[in-house]
Design a protein around this ligand. Structure first.
Ligand code: GLP
Length: 256
């Protein structure tokens, strides 16, 4: 696992995504929603508008997760959110953006797994981390081998996400989420975290024991996981000075 601490997470993440799409125009991107990836998405859109980005016309996208119980087209569905925040602006047609289908919860998991496999798997998966260490919507206690399925949100996650809904009562209780086993199948994991509120979760994920109690610790099992954090989110990392030293001495050719 590579841990990069600094203010340039959005630029580094955008560089990695662009490098992938430049080398493989039909790349499969796994997209997270929430606040953490927003600066990266804004950077990608800025470069696209500046005319310096590769074409995204052939890219396919898979969402990490989706709420259950919101009406289709609700602005807080993750499908609408990703259209608004990224894919429409990059010119990716909506039929190339897939998410788990909340109108068919019973079959959605199996069908979503099949769709990801049929697309050839996810090349690069963008991730955030919940303040309780959740990854996608895999709450603490989730199987480390889990696949896409329905989950029940914890009270803490519903409270964290209330800001998007106006009140905690409006936040759905149920979601569909890629499992931790699904996420591990992606070829490159890119986790973004910023702010002091994520410091404990980042430390547990990166340096704590591998445990379902911290779902994001599953990154420790992945052969190509990159964690991009700002200084505030890194304050609980015991090996922070080592990560800084490694990054400072990193060969230019290596990329993320
Ligand atoms: C949300 C999402 C996750 C996200 C995480 C952190 O509930 N389901 O995909 O990574 O929790 O969210 P944020 O980036 O807004 O802090």
């Amino acid at each position: 696992m590579e841990v990069v601490i600094g203010p340039s997470a959005a630029v580094l993440a955008a560089d990695a995504i662009e490098a992938l799409v430049a080398s493989r125009p039909d790349a499969v991107l796994g997209l997270a929603t929430g606040s953490s990836p927003l600066p990266t998405y804004q950077e990608l859109v800025r470069r696209h508008r500046a005319g310096t980005a590769p074409s995204y016309d052939e890219v396919r996208c898979f969402l990490l997760d989706e709420y259950v119980g919101l009406p289709a087209g609700h602005p807080q569905t993750y499908r609408e959110t990703i259209f608004r925040e990224l894919t429409d602006a990059l010119g990716i047609s909506r039929d190339r953006v897939a998410g788990p289908d909340p109108s068919d919860v019973r079959n959605a998991g199996r069908r979503y797994e099949e769709a990801i496999v049929a697309a050839g798997g996810v090349d690069l998966q963008v991730l955030g981390i919940g303040s309780d260490g959740h990854l996608a919507f895999n709450e603490p206690g989730s199987s480390l081998a889990s696949l896409t399925r329905i989950k029940t949100l914890t009270a803490r996650t519903r409270a964290d996400n209330a800001r998007f809904f106006g009140s905690v009562d409006a936040v759905p209780h149920h979601v569909l989420t890629q499992g931790l086993g699904t996420i591990l199948r992606a070829r490159h994991l890119l986790l973004l975290a910023a702010g002091a509120g994520k410091a404990d979760a980042v430390a547990a994920a990166v340096e704590g024991p591998l445990s379902a109690s911290c779902p994001a610790s599953v990154l420790q099992l992945h052969p190509h996981a990159t964690v991009l954090v700002d200084a505030a989110a890194a304050v609980r990392l015991e090996r922070a000075s080592y990560y800084r030293e490694v990054y400072a001495d990193k060969p230019d050719w290596q990329g993320l």
